[in-house]
Design a protein around this ligand. Structure first.
Ligand SMILES: [Zn+2]
Length: 407
């Protein structure tokens, strides 16, 4: 694969982690109880396989540099997990038919080696970014990680890949860590890691009380808190996410001044996902990614790592992942999202009052008193879209606007 010379690439482009072994992870049957007919699990290899395939077929993979995953070491798992839990996962993995590592987080026979290779994929990417071999990275790892708690697996997640990666980055000297989680479920494991750690900011955008039940509510007393929860109403679309980004996520990231940004990239907020009720499009995911990458480019020399989490539409998750990889490389591939026109045309994609109320509440707790009105926010989003267009030299254009006294 060629190395990128794209606008975000410079002398070091985008790293990409994927291993065929990730597809061999066995999350078990979808059945919850004896009354659910056994069948293919939502967290299937196919969604990941199709994303990798689309990256290759579209040519996007050619704009990246492959990073080989390595196995996470026991002491690295212990950055976050307990000794007892690590032993338990090893013991379950040795069973002939595997088992559940906690709550809905099954592992097949010999699944241990896949779980530590998933976690180690993120670690290898952290090391490559740290060593400036690549500027940023996308880790198409499996099993996912953001629900995993120190002492138990949860929600299809065995080890908390992104937390262990973030704590690894800190050991390499990047003290202030920010994790943005746009998976539709609350990143409860990551919230646990950020708790009481003033140098660890966790921002989660998720569907209000989807999974895990009882986690992810707005934290009313934000002073000194290290987690920003943005629990959006079901039905939220492109407008709600754009508003949440401009009103809360981006200002909070800038205020925190991170040394390294991580993103839990889940695509289960897409309009056709089976496990949630949101309406996002590939364009929306790509737009969010570009905005967060822009913060990394201006605040921490471009150090940003996306780790794959959920996203259960076999047909659509690949387009969302592709849009994010394109945002990282700065190159639009030749692939087109054929679902986009229909999804964008769905009614209520614009910001709705119930969504705005949640986001304004979070913004006001954070002390962002200059919160924009919905119309102003839409205008800002339009300007940002224009600035992100291919062929636009952002700095040059902003310079001209300054010169002309418009800004
Ligand atoms: Zn999810």
């Amino acid at each position: 694969m060629a190395q990128s010379d794209g606008e975000n690439g410079g002398s070091a482009g985008t790293g990409y982690v994927f291993e065929q072994l990730y597809l061999w992870h066995e999350p078990g049957s979808v059945s919850f109880d004896i009354w659910t007919q056994p069948g293919e699990h939502w967290e299937a290899a196919e969604t990941k396989h199709r994303l990798h395939a689309l990256l290759e077929v579209s040519g996007a993979l050619d704009d990246t540099t492959r990073i080989r995953a390595r196995e996470a070491k026991r002491e690295e798992l212990l950055y976050f997990h307990t000794e007892a839990y690590v032993d338990k996962v090893a013991e379950i993995s040795a069973r002939e038919r595997g088992g559940d590592t906690g709550e809905m987080a099954r592992l097949g026979n010999e699944g241990w080696r896949i779980a530590i290779l998933s976690c180690g994929g993120v670690l290898a990417a952290v090391e490559a970014i740290h060593a400036k071999k690549v500027r940023n990275a996308y880790c198409l790892v499996r099993p996912p990680g953001h629900h995993a708690e120190p002492d138990q697996g949860m929600g299809f997640c065995i080890f908390n890949n992104i937390v262990i990666g973030a704590l690894h980055a800190r050991r390499l000297g990047h003290r202030r860590i920010a994790v943005v989680d746009f998976d539709i479920h609350h990143g409860n494991g990551t919230e646990t890691a950020a708790k009481d750690d003033q140098d660890f900011l966790f921002i989660s955008l998720h569907q209000d009380n989807n999974y895990p039940i009882g986690r992810g509510a707005i934290i009313e007393d934000e002073a000194g808190q290290t987690t920003i929860n943005i629990p959006l109403p079901p039905g939220s679309g492109v407008g709600a996410y754009e508003y949440a980004m401009t009103q809360a996520v981006l200002p909070a990231l800038r205020k925190f001044d991170p040394d390294f940004i991580f993103v839990s990239a889940g695509y289960d907020g897409a309009f056709c996902d089976p496990l949630a009720r949101m309406m996002l499009t590939s364009e929306a995911f790509g737009g969010m990614a570009r905005q967060i990458i822009e913060v990394a480019n201006t605040m921490c020399e471009g150090r940003i790592l996306f780790a794959h989490e959920g996203g259960y539409s076999k047909e659509y998750s690949p387009f969302c992942g592709l849009a994010v990889v394109e945002a990282l490389t700065g190159h639009k591939s030749k692939a087109e999202d054929g679902f986009l026109v229909e999804a964008n045309a769905w009614a209520y994609q614009a910001l709705q009052p119930s969504q705005r109320a949640v986001i304004d509440r979070v913004a006001s707790i954070l002390g962002f008193g200059d919160a924009l009105s919905a119309t102003e926010s839409e205008a800002l989003a339009e300007i940002e879209k224009l600035l992100a267009r291919d062929g636009v030299d952002r700095e040059k254009l902003l310079g001209k606007l300054h010169q002309s006294g418009l800004v």
